[in-house]
Design a binder for this molecule. Structure first.
Ligand code: SF4
Length: 478
């Protein structure tokens, strides 16, 4: 059986010409000829030159790949770039902040903001799937040639985000948070059935460590290319000495027949030997700590973690609310490194918790998520938090809430205002987004809410209304 080929090429700087030359050579070696409707999917989960400088596929990388695609394409009907950013912020805001717009104009590439276009259902049939139906943007369904352009990053929920995980950015807000729970890995595997990329080029020039929204940069100096997501992700795992078996969505996707999980089944080429990469990434850092360990006792933010409803993940909900809390705190730290010293005392309670919470004076409680339950006394009053968790089988992907950015901010602030004298709030939802955590933490902790920072608030609000208008037009005529 012919082996899948994955190339690791050295590239130390974000020089678009150098990137174009490397990607062109890679496409030639892998026999890649884009044709028909070609859609590039970068990772732009969040972008801002000062606040989120390392979270996204860089514009110079996109520039280089677009040059290579233009020069190697066959009969191309359309060249487009599409994405849905994270934490409910309009994608058009992030494309602007990432510096994509001049690059896309230069290459005459069409833009698809996946939060503005029509979403279409796709029936899933594969053995082991979580759902029978999944929604994706119409341009994804209609494209002939998908090129995946992930950013090489560690991830606090899934360990790494490479080619397979980049598909989470296909879905709009209505559908993205469904199963973004302890079923996140299943969801990533499900998404692979919608479409398979025909070419993958990972921006690993500056990789990201620890977090996905606010990663610590790591000069990896590499571009990874291939034509099979499992093969590319397997090599990506070895580049930072992660056992591919521990990347659960990779294991699941491989078991469903999407590609290899063993290095023996992959031919690794290029001018950057795997051993040399491993030597370079010896100190590459991850963040896979539970929140009750990550936020130590004695701080102003502490966590009590109970048990969780699903049998495959009773002791923790990787993929759900706890990881969103970590990302939210990292965002707050980005705005004020002393934020945890300045905030009012908060206890974050998640899961089914039994017994007293042993709060400190003036410590307030956030009960987080629909799976959370607790019963006891707070400030001398009897409190009972009832669980409202529904398993995936009880959640209909066709009946989803909007997860609108302004609604989320408004409802969180109103909830905190209404409960300003109460010893606790219950954040309802499954899953709770990073954005909701930011709003609740800043409000209850009485620290600055990044949503009101003028660097974000003004351009993001403008982008929000543009997004709403464009979405309305696409509903009518799209
Ligand atoms: S509500 Fe509970 S089960 Fe749902 S994502 Fe949050 S922690 Fe996980």
């Amino acid at each position: 059986m012919e082996k899948h080929k994955v190339l690791i090429r050295r590239c130390e700087t974000y020089d678009p010409d150098r990137i174009a030359a490397i990607v062109r050579e890679g496409m030639e070696e892998l026999g890649v000829i884009p044709e028909g409707k070609v859609l590039l999917k970068p990772n732009v989960v969040m972008a801002h030159p000062e606040i989120f400088p390392h979270a996204f596929t860089r514009k110079e990388f996109l520039d280089g790949v677009l040059s290579a695609v233009r020069s190697k394409a066959g009969a191309m009907k359309e060249l487009a770039v599409g994405e849905r950013s994270g934490i409910t912020v309009p994608t058009r805001f992030n494309f602007k902040m990432a510096g994509y717009l001049p690059v896309l104009r230069k290459h005459r590439a069409r833009i698809y903001y996946f939060d503005e276009v029509r979403q279409v259902p796709v029936e899933l049939k594969q053995e082991g799937r979580l759902r029978d139906l999944i929604f994706v943007p119409r341009p994804v369904r209609e494209c002939d040639f998908l090129i995946n352009l992930p950013k090489f990053k560690a991830h606090p929920w899934t360990r790494l985000t490479l080619s397979l995980k980049n598909f989470i950015g296909l879905q709009d807000d209505r559908h993205r948070l469904i199963d973004h729970t302890s079923f996140l890995e299943h969801k990533i595997a499900d998404l692979q059935e919608v479409i398979q990329p025909r070419f993958i080029a990972i921006d690993a020039i500056t990789a990201g460590q620890k977090m996905m929204l606010t990663p610590t940069p790591f000069a990896m100096g590499a571009i990874v290319m291939g034509t099979n997501s499992c093969a590319v992700d397997t090599v990506g795992c070895h580049m930072v000495r992660v056992d591919p078996q521990d990347l659960i969505h990779l294991k699941m996707a491989s078991e469903r027949g999407f590609g290899p999980l063993n290095l023996e089944e992959i031919e690794v080429g290029g001018d950057f030997p795997l051993e040399a990469v491993q030597e370079k990434t010896r100190d590459f850092q991850f963040c896979l700590e539970r929140v009750d360990e990550y936020f130590p006792p004695g701080g102003n933010l502490t966590c009590t973690v109970g048990t969780f409803p699903e049998s495959h993940s009773r002791d923790y909900c990787w993929g759900g609310c706890p990881g969103a809390l970590q990302e939210a705190v990292h965002i707050l730290r980005g705005f004020d490194p002393q934020v945890e010293q300045k905030m009012k005392k908060i206890r974050y309670v998640v899961g089914k918790v039994e017994g007293p919470l042993y709060l400190e004076p003036h410590e307030r409680v956030i009960f987080a998520g629909d799976c959370t339950s607790w019963e006891g006394n707070l400030d001398g009053e009897k409190v009972k938090i009832e669980p409202g968790y529904r398993s995936p089988a009880a959640v209909d992907a066709r009946q989803t809430g909007s997860n609108d950015m302004l609604l989320k901010i408004g409802s969180a602030l109103w909830d905190c205002f209404e409960n300003r004298k109460a010893p606790y709030v219950h954040m309802k939802g499954c899953t709770l987004s990073v954005a909701e955590h930011v709003n609740y933490l800043s409000s209850l902790g009485r620290v600055k809410n990044p949503n009101f920072d003028p660097r974000l608030a003004i351009p993001a609000s403008w982008a929000y209304w543009q997004m709403r208008a464009s979405r309305a037009l696409n509903r009518l005529f799209g």
